[in-house]
Design a protein around this ligand. Structure first.
Ligand SMILES: [Zn+2]
Length: 475
């Protein structure tokens, strides 16, 4: 009680009647209560005391919620005149500060691990405003600033590689039926994908976000942005086509859909050869790549993952969201959280046409049909995945610059147009970019292994579970 009385005099002299908490009170100089006269002082201002008690209770409430910043603000407003709570508030305040510092350090380190050096540096600058003398914060801040300054402009080739849904069970896929050849040509197995990732990582490749490579200026012209990477790193873009888990693939050893697992992460629903449905992180590119980046954060620059190039005619990601399905709204409600999680974890979406018509590959598709197809994609797929400027052409079909069909696609906001090829190549044409992608599948591994020699050793990754590649002619 002694403390309260003494300090009460001191504070009631300075503090306005209407209170406080925040900086004005916490900036009041701390009195040394023991130096003040010990007796015959008036009782503390009841209004002020009530405020202190209120602040203390609020502080505890925010501590309970683990909101340390708010707790800190309120606990700072518990003044020595509230003798009952003051020393406890001070102790809790110290705990808050060390938790907040720890949190800054963890966040800063996580950003550095994900190669967000500048972001980390800025965050730690902010932390140092609050805790200017903390040595650990100073060290980490210097580290982040050093790494940010060490980024170099990358000037070499940019590989964009792509996959289809991965073969999880080769024994269900390669059964000698009519589908076998197609799967053998155009698909990649889980085993191959994992080996490819490891070797590309070992060779210094790091994922970048294609959306960061180009921007458009006010006049609609595409501007190429510098690729800044840690020294020695080479950029890599990965895309995955379709990701629809089409009905024709059922029972052939692929995943059935993307789902959220019990930790809320994107996983795959897979049917085992024994017929059991399981949720696994090993069923397709998305969870495998997510896990690989988690283990090797420097495989992804600024948290980039891959691009999902999706069609719409059987819905998306294994959900039958096509509006012809009477249950499409229910399916859309189910897929939306998966889409949101993908976007929040570095994945991008591209338009891969709605119908994936054969006439794209033959380039006989009419402008009228293309418009119909695009409108349906925007309505039934774009409405779920959100806006994108990435177009990944079905069958890799490309059109000359002066072709009305290309002009139409670009006019719908798709400034980055990806085809299929055999080299790391892109070219900026005024208001659009054309980029080649290399398919890392059975066909390419058998017929053109040399195009992958910079990425990995084909002999090391090729899956022995594949049947012999009999037909060496492209179908
Ligand atoms: Zn496709």
């Amino acid at each position: 009680m002694l403390l309260a009385v003494c300090a009460g005099v001191y504070y009631s002299f300075f503090a306005p009647a209407a209170l406080p908490v925040r900086s004005e009170v916490s900036s009041v100089p701390t009195a040394s209560p023991s130096a003040l006269p010990a007796s015959n002082e008036p009782a503390p201002d009841p209004k002020l005391l009530a405020e202190c008690r209120f602040n203390y209770a609020q502080g505890l409430m925010y501590l309970e919620k683990k909101n340390y910043k708010e707790a800190k603000t309120y606990l700072s407003g518990v003044l020595p005149l509230d003798a009952e709570h003051y020393s406890d508030a001070q102790a809790k305040l110290a705990d808050c500060n060390s938790t907040i510092i720890k949190d800054y350090l963890n966040q800063g380190q996580a950003l550095i691990d994900k190669t967000f050096y500048l972001k980390a540096s800025n965050l730690l600058d902010q932390a140092l405003k609050e805790f200017p003398d903390n040595k650990e914060l100073i060290t980490l801040k210097n580290n982040a600033a050093h790494l940010a300054a060490a980024l170099v402009k990358y000037e070499g080739p940019v590989y964009h590689v792509f996959f289809h849904s991965l073969i999880v069970y080769p024994e269900l896929c390669f059964t000698g039926d009519g589908m076998e050849q197609g799967y053998n040509d155009w698909m990649t197995t889980v085993r191959e994908f994992k080996l490819m990732l490891q070797e590309m990582y070992d060779r210094g490749y790091t994922l970048i976000d294609l959306r960061d490579m180009f921007s458009t200026d006010a006049a609609g012209k595409v501007v190429q942005n510098d690729i800044m990477l840690p020294k020695g790193k080479k950029p890599l873009i990965i895309s995955v086509d379709d990701v629809s888990y089409y009905k024709y693939m059922e029972k052939d050893g692929f995943a059935e859909k993307l789902v959220l697992d019990d930790k809320g992460e994107v996983a795959t629903l897979v049917k085992t050869p024994q017929g059991n449905e399981i949720v696994t992180r090993d069923g397709d590119v998305v969870p495998i790549l997510d896990d690989f980046v988690k283990e090797n954060p420097d495989f992804s620059y600024k948290g980039a993952k891959g691009i999902l190039a999706i069609t719409g005619y059987e819905g998306i990601l294994g959900y039958r969201t096509i509006h012809n399905n009477p249950d499409w709204e229910k399916e859309q409600a189910k897929v939306q959280p998966v889409v949101d999680k993908l976007k929040a974890t570095g994945w991008a979406f591209a338009c891969h046409s709605f119908t994936h018509r054969r006439s794209y590959s033959e380039r006989t598709i009419t402008l009228g049909y293309l418009k119909y197809d695009m409108e349906r994609w925007l309505k039934e797929v774009g409405s779920i995945v959100g806006p994108t400027n990435l177009y990944i052409a079905p069958f890799g079909a490309s059109f000359p610059q002066e072709d009305e069909r290309l002009k139409y696609i670009v006019s719908k906001g798709f400034h980055v147009y990806c085809g299929v090829g055999s080299r790391p190549y892109y070219h900026v044409y005024g208001n659009n970019v054309f980029m080649e992608r290399i398919d890392l599948d059975g066909y390419k591994m058998v017929h053109s292994p040399e195009v992958m020699k910079e990425l990995f050793n084909v002999e090391k990754v090729y899956d022995p579970a594949r049947p012999p590649m009999l037909d060496k002619k492209k179908p």
